[in-house]
Design a protein around this ligand. Structure first.
Ligand SMILES: Cc1ncc(COP(=O)(O)O)c(C=O)c1O
Length: 402
C-alpha cells in the first residue's frame, strides 16, 4: 500500500488505480500514460485562468527569490499581503471592507464562523449570547470541524463524534423555513452561512428572491449574512462575486480557489466596513490567525491571477460566452430527451441525468473528459478560458456516455 492517503477516496483503493497527472496546459491535462483529458471541472472548481500560466509562475518565482514568505502576525507585514487584500476588496461589493487571509476554503469558513460568533457574543439578545448559525441542506463548506458542522451534506457530518453546538439546518431553498426559525429564535441567531449558488452539493442556484429574503431576515433580527464564495468567487458566476450576480450584499464572505486559480493555496474572508469597525472597537488582539495567513508567494499568485482575469476579460467571458454555450447546449439535450433538466449560471452548470451520474462520469473519464458526478447531477465548472469547441466536445461526450 502506498504511504499516500487520499482525500475523499476509499483508503483501501490501491495507488495504481488513481489517474496520475503529469502535465496540464490551459484546459487540458495529461496522465502518466500520455492520455489527454479536457478539464471540465477546473481541477477541483478552482482553475479560472487555466493551467500552465507562465505569468503566475514567474511572479511566484520572483517573489520567492526576494523572500519566500514571512508571517504577518503583529508586528510584521509585507507588500504582497497588503496588495492582494487591496486587489480583492476592490472587486467586491464592499470596497471599504477588510480582508483576513488564510490558505484553504475550510480555514476561510472557520474564520467566518468565528467572526459570526464573535459578533453574536457582543450582541446578545434576551436569551443570552447570539450563538445559533443557520446552515442549508446541500451546502458544502469544507471539512474542518467548522465546515463539517456547517455543511448540509449529512454523510460528511457523520462518524466524527460530536460537532460544534448551535447549528440549525434549513431546507435548501425554503425561505419560509428560515423565517419560521427567526420567528422562534431570532434573538439567539448569530448568522446564516450560505453559498450564493450551492456547488459541491449539486449545483443548486438560489430560488428567486431567496438570497434577498435571507438578507431581509438577517437585517430584521440583527444577524449576519455570510456567503461562502469559495467556488462562486472570481468570475465563476459571471460577476466577480456571486453577491453581485444575485445583487445581494452579505456582511462577510469567504473566498479561496479562484483567487489564485490554484497556483498557490490562498483563501480568506472579506468583512464589511461595519463588521470591521465593530472589530476595531474591541481594541484588543484578534486571537485568530494561521501561520500561512498572508503567505507571500500565495499572495503574489493571487495578485497576478486577478490581473489576468481582469486583462483577459474572463468575468465577462463567463457571463456571456460560457453562459450561452452551456445554456444552449444543455437546453438542446433536454429538448432531445437526453437529460431531464439543467441549471447553472456563468461558468458553473449541472445536468440532471435522471439517474446515477457516477457510471456516466466514469465513461466520460474513459473518453477523456473530467467532470463531477453528484447524485443524479453531472457538474461542469471549467476554466474560464475554455473554448466553445471544448464545451461542445464535453457535451457530445456526455451524450455518447449516456
Ligand atoms: C463552498 C465551499 N466552501 C468551502 C470549501 C472548502 O475548501 P477547501 O477544500 O479548500 O478547504 C469548498 C471546497 O470545495 C467549497 O466548495
Amino acid at each position: 500500500m502506498s504511504a499516500l492517503l487520499h482525500p475523499f477516496a476509499n483508503p483501501a483503493k490501491a495507488e495504481d488505480n488513481f489517474i496520475s497527472v503529469v502535465k496540464a496546459e490551459r484546459s487540458t491535462l495529461w496522465d502518466s500514460n500520455g492520455k489527454s483529458y479536457i478539464d471540465g471541472l477546473a481541477s477541483l472548481w478552482y482553475c479560472q485562468v487555466g493551467h500552465g500560466r507562465r505569468e503566475i509562475i514567474d511572479a511566484v518565482h520572483q517573489q520567492m527569490l526576494e523572500f519566500e514568505s514571512y508571517h504577518i502576525f503583529d508586528p510584521f507585514t509585507h507588500e504582497p499581503a497588503r496588495q492582494v487584500a487591496d486587489a480583492i476588496v476592490s472587486k467586491t461589493p464592499m470596497p471599504e471592507g477588510r480582508v483576513f487571509l488564510a490558505s484553504s476554503g475550510s480555514e476561510a469558513v472557520d474564520t467566518a464562523l468565528k467572526i459570526i460568533r464573535l459578533h453574536g457574543q457582543r450582541r446578545g439578545g434576551s436569551g443570552g449570547a447570539k450563538q445559533i448559525i443557520i446552515r442549508r441542506e446541500h451546502g458544502y463548506h469544507g471539512t474542518n470541524f467548522g465546515g463539517t458542522t456547517a455543511q448540509g451534506i449529512a454523510s460528511n457530518r457523520e462518524g466524527w463524534g460530536d460537532l460544534i453546538p448551535h447549528f440549525v439546518q434549513v431546507p435548501s431553498n425554503d425561505l419560509e423555513a428560515v423565517a419560521s426559525l427567526f420567528a422562534e429564535k431570532g434573538d439567539q441567531i448569530a448568522g446564516i452561512i450560505s453559498e450564493p449558488i450551492q456547488g459541491a452539493g449539486g449545483v443548486i442556484p438560489p430560488a428567486d428572491g431567496y438570497l434577498e429574503g435571507l438578507r431581509r431576515l438577517c437585517d430584521d433580527h440583527d444577524a449576519l449574512l455570510c456567503f461562502d464564495e469559495v467556488i462562486a468567487g472570481f468570475g465563476r458566476t459571471g460577476s466577480w462575486f456571486g453577491s453581485q450576480t444575485w445583487g445581494v450584499k452579505p456582511d462577510l464572505f469567504t473566498f479561496a480557489k479562484g483567487v489564485t486559480s490554484g497556483y498557490q493555496p490562498l483563501s480568506g474572508v472579506v468583512i464589511s466596513e461595519d463588521i470591521a469597525s465593530d472589530l476595531e472597537q474591541m481594541d484588543e488582539v484578534l486571537r485568530h490567525g494561521y501561520t500561512y495567513s498572508g503567505h507571500a508567494a500565495a499572495c503574489v499568485a493571487g495578485i497576478k491571477n486577478i490581473e489576468i482575469i481582469e486583462s483577459e476579460g474572463l468575468v465577462e467571458r463567463a457571463n456571456t460566452q460560457l453562459h450561452s454555450w452551456f445554456r444552449d447546449g444543455l437546453s438542446a439535450l433536454v429538448a432531445d430527451g437526453v437529460i431531464e433538466s439543467y441549471r447553472g449560471q456563468g461558468a458553473i452548470w449541472g445536468a440532471d441525468l435522471g439517474r446515477d451520474s457516477v457510471p456516466v462520469r466514469d465513461a466520460m473519464l474513459e473518453a477523456g473528459v473530467v467532470v463531477r458526478g453528484i447524485g443524479n447531477v453531472m457538474a461542469f465548472c471549467p476554466p474560464l478560458i475554455i473554448t466553445e469547441g471544448e464545451v461542445t466536445q464535453m457535451l457530445d461526450t456526455l451524450v455518447a456516455s449516456l
